[in-house]
Design a protein around this ligand. Structure first.
Ligand SMILES: [Zn+2]
Length: 90
């Protein structure tokens, strides 16, 4: 299942999100989505989890900054009791 390439349409704009780690804006598709489940930030790889999302670059430095400096709490606007420590963890 390929994703439709809409370039050339000229109307649709790719959604942009802010990385919870470094704070830079990036196209949503270039960032990893996390969702808050019972106070824990977890990767939402299939984008199935609802609610407010947080986004980070697929970069260990951004993940660490987001979890250690409250970036996730700011993104979720909620207390976050734990967050992934590695990009390949849950
Ligand atoms: Zn980042």
């Amino acid at each position: 299942m390929g994703r439709a390439d809409r370039r050339g349409g000229g109307i649709l704009t790719a959604p942009v999100r802010r990385c919870a780690g470094c704070g830079e804006r990036a196209p949503q598709r270039d960032l990893l989505r996390l969702a808050l489940v019972e106070g824990r930030a977890v990767f939402d790889r299939d984008r199935r989890l609802g609610g407010r999302g947080a986004y980070v670059h697929p970069d260990p430095a951004c993940l660490e900054r987001a979890s250690r400096r409250g970036g996730f709490a700011r993104a979720f606007r909620a207390r976050v009791t734990s967050a992934p420590q590695a990009l390949d963890s849950d």
